[in-house]
Design a protein around this ligand. Sequence first.
Ligand code: UTP
Length: 469
Amino acid sequence: MSARLQQELLEHLGRFERSQEHLLRHWGQLTEPQRERLARQVLELQPPLLMQLFRGEDDAPDWTQLANLAEPPSAVRLAGTSATARQEARQRGEQLLRDGRLGMVLVAGGQGTRLGFPYPKGMFPIGPVSGRSLFQVLIEHLRAVSRRYDTRVPLYVMTSFATHQETVAFLEKHDRFGLAADDLIVFCQGTMPALDAATGDLLLAEPDSLALSPDGHGGMLPAFVGAGGLRHAQDRGIQQLFYGQIDNPLLQVCDPELIGFHDLANSEMTTQVVRKREPMERVGNVVSIGGSVRIIEYSDLPEAAARRTDEAGELLLWAGNIAVHVFSRAFLERVAADPQSLPFHRARKKVPHLDAQGRPVDPTQPNGLKFERFIFDLLPQARNALVVEADASSAFAPVKNADSEPCDSPRTAKEAMLRLHARWLVEADIDVPPDLAVEISPFLALNAAELRQRLRIGGNLNGPTYLEP
Ligand code: UTP
């Protein structure tokens, strides 16, 4: 059996242009389950795709040229959109919610390497007073929205091999933070192997495992379809899917206004953006090129293009990607049917691996190539793609880095949550001592107006407070 399996693996590896037989170097010492694990990974390899990616045939376009053609996207801006238009959008979004037409996709498959937290990022305690985890913050927000509109919004959580088991166990341990069992589907994204950047050799992470990583947030599309998520949404009569990332505790979960603008514009994909604070800010740039909306990553945008300004002196390429989208279900069905709809991007990364003697190597310089798909590559394929501006202080607090870094860390995200809730208290005319840490439960209020209606406390808060109903 084992000899036949080994032969089958050698044949599969023989489909690569250069020998990859080193992957079976430890075969003789592996136990039967270890051999099965390695065999499964090897048989899933797609030699033509990997060889093409290594040769760079899918290589990046000429960003300088594209950046020169880039214009600001036409967008629903914060300034300049009438209260009537907003109200109309909000009502449409609320109606879709009430009619049960919304689903939510939350991507949580990343490895969170920069944060350095030893569990899936969703388990990180981000509540500045409550200590609630990112999962709890976002799921409770979703439940509060569902409750407000007397509806049910199924949640599709994407994990990866790096986060799946712990995420499932965590969500079950906490009774899905109150979500009904049939309103939660957890599905696992695919993986891609890493290659040695110099030679194109596949790398072994362990004697019985390749060096693998999740295939990017764009892996959502095939994984969602493969796991039956799209079919589930169809069966539930879902028309629109709100998409967000686990690492933003200020995510405006299923925001009716955003959903309403998307639906009124008959858009297949809408993306929420924030105004960049500085030209070289580390967010993707949402731009329009030749009439189609696309994203140029900060690392690909030449500084001269980033610094261009308009007549008013404002940044011309002002729209920063915060990875919040709304998809029509029909659009996802259409693009999912085309395997080419999301290309892989190559990135040079440090990839720990075993050397020829089986000794672990922890590189200090990027040595490998990793391949990822990005969900925003769907934007140019969407009919009537729409861009909607949000106020960063109420919609975006990324948790990317460890607290030792100056930005996008748990510390800065907690501060942003407290600042937002302090602002709600001021807007709701609720008197609390300045600098008092107050965190507000979404079940109490989702905004300042709700807080004003619901909260009947006086000014006698005197320590960090978690305000809940
Ligand atoms: P990032 O690209 O910021 O990666 O993911 P990350 O894993 O959180 O952190 P680093 O880069 O390793 O430090 C943005 C969002 O996309 C999800 C992440 O979980 C996060 O919510 N993501 C990313 C996936 O779900 N799968 C992936 O393969 C990559």
